[in-house]
Design a protein around this ligand. Structure first.
Ligand SMILES: *[C@@H]1O[C@H](CO)[C@@H](O)[C@H](O)[C@H]1NC(C)=O
Ligand SMILES: *[C@@H]1O[C@H](CO)[C@@H](O)[C@H](O)[C@H]1NC(C)=O
Length: 467
């Protein structure tokens, strides 16, 4: 059982010549604090045994890494200030260790007491009485196996760890990052407008609203853990359309918070809402700018009632309205109310959506979000089958809404052409392609062509003169 590790021979040879390295090792060892002052950590761990290493006398090379420090399997370690590996006594001497084992669990070089916890992504791990960790087994929103499967699967898009989603469960992602209630069938079938392409009319292969209307298309906002995409996508489309239809005389970023807090009839703020209700409110009541009524960014854990409505308006004739409250942001004085005309539903035909987009500006689209969409970092998205082989709780989806801003196509290596939409999400500028994403076009991917809305900004002659 007793032997010298091979490096030790060399060390002994060098020692004859007054080796500095050995001396430095000795000092380090003598100065290091005792390893077992309050009991033995990792008491069941196999160190000396794993390496079949036990050394006579003092052998500074007879050492192993141990929880971020070094432990030894030589006789010298069994002194007052012990630096023996936990299994030294048992394995090398055949006697019980002189120190009691610590009650607790080890993680990342630290000892946690019984019932101590740490987080492994979205799962909490708890130290059990027998010194074992026990972790929850929830599917996480950022799932590394799914990311790897997507990136190796050649699906046409790349997946990654969006840091704001790290630590959330998939269930929390579905519950707090979406927030559009699917319209009832009566709304789904309502007021569809058929745009007709003129005979011989050919739409361009690519189009981007921000190129046709520079400075009038607004950047994506971040809904945080507020399931209010109904308000975010509505405000986003209305902002662009008011800007376009006023020919740039007004370029407001409209306030999602105004909708979240004040459009409360059959709506649930950060717990979800309907698009038809949001458009009704924008038409009949109107909203102020995001600057005037900023997003309060309420977190999901915050208990208590939703924040009260802080903006009110009154009619001033010809259907127009005027604010009767100051801006909730006290640094802003401009509390102009912006309104729209009735929203209209487009046909689900790709060409109709394209024509409307090109002529009147970005459109709003309902979308069914699946578990893999949260991981999107770039490319042309389509829902992948990578979660199909996993238990059902890994396959989740929920209804969302976004702003479609353009389209294009990409030549694939195999010669096929892949058509896509470009769209703005509401998960902040660091998600996806700078807050935007591309998704397969013409195949109703994730239902994105099934319920598409347009609207006109309500712009009077007086709006064109001022501002
Ligand atoms: C190791 O240390 C213990 C406690 O200090 C002592 O009782 C024992 O005799 C030592 N064993 C050897 C082999 O030196
Ligand atoms: C994911 O991102 C978070 C936040 O930036 C980071 O703490 C975490 O370590 C990352 N996870 C992986 C596996 O890269």
């Amino acid at each position: 059982m007793w032997r010298c590790p091979s490096g030790l021979l060399l060390l002994l040879l060098l020692a004859g010549q007054g080796a500095l390295g050995a001396r430095r090792g000795r000092w380090r060892r003598e100065l290091a604090p005792g390893l077992h002052l309050r009991g033995i950590r990792d008491a069941g761990g196999r160190y000396c045994q794993e390496q079949d290493m036990c050394c006579r006398g003092r052998a500074d090379d007879c050492a192993l890494p141990y929880l971020g420090a070094t432990c030894y399997c030589d006789l010298f370690c069994n002194r007052t200030v012990s630096d023996c590996c936990p299994d030294f006594w048992d394995f090398c001497l055949g006697v019980p260790p002189p120190f009691p084992p610590i009650q607790g669990c080890e993680h990342g070089g630290r000892i946690y007491p019984v019932f101590g916890t740490y987080w492994d992504n979205c799962n909490r791990c708890t130290c059990q009485e027998k010194g074992q960790w026990e972790c929850d087994q929830e599917p996480c929103l950022v799932d590394l196996d799914t990311i790897n499967a997507i990136n190796q699967g050649n699906y046409g898009w790349q997946a990654g760890n969006h840091s704001a989603f790290w630590g959330m469960t998939l269930d929390e992602g579905i519950r707090y990052r979406l927030g559009t209630i699917r319209p009832s069938s009566s709304v789904m079938n309502m007021n569809e407008i058929y745009t007709v392409l003129n005979p011989g009319e050919v739409l361009p292969a690519a189009f981007e609203a921000s190129e046709k209307w520079p400075n009038l298309i607004h950047e994506p906002l971040d809904q945080g853990n507020c399931a209010g995409s109904w308000a975010f996508s509505t405000a986003a489309v209305a902002s662009d359309r008011v800007s376009i239809h006023s020919l740039g005389h007004m370029t407001p970023v409209l306030s999602p918070q105004n909708l979240l807090s004040c459009d409360t009839h059959h709506q649930q703020g950060c717990r979800g809402g309907r698009l038809d209700g949001a458009w009704w409110f924008l038409r009949r009541r109107g909203v102020v700018s995001d600057h005037c009524y900023p997003f309060s960014g309420r977190e999901r854990d915050e208990a208590g009632p939703a924040p009260p409505c802080m903006m009110h308006s009154r009619a001033m004739g010809r259907g127009k309205r005027q604010a009767t409250a100051r801006c909730p942001n006290s640094h802003v004085h401009a509390n102009d109310i912006y309104q729209v005309t009735p929203a209209y539903r487009l046909g689900s035909n790709e060409q109709e959506i394209m024509k409307e987009l090109m002529e009147n500006g970005p459109v709003q689209a309902l979308m069914e979000v699946h578990e893999d969409f949260f991981l999107y970092q770039g490319g042309i998205y389509s829902h992948t089958p990578v979660s199909l082989s996993r238990p059902e709780q890994y396959r989740r989806h929920g209804t969302h809404s976004v702003k479609i801003t353009g389209w294009g196509e990409e030549r694939l290596p195999d010669g096929r052409t892949l058509k896509y939409w470009t769209a703005a999400n509401s998960w902040g500028p660091s998600w996806g392609e700078r807050g935007h994403f591309r998704i397969v076009r013409g195949a109703n991917e994730c239902d994105i062509e099934s319920f598409v809305l347009g609207v006109w900004g309500r712009v009077g002659m007086e709006d064109m003169g001022h501002h």
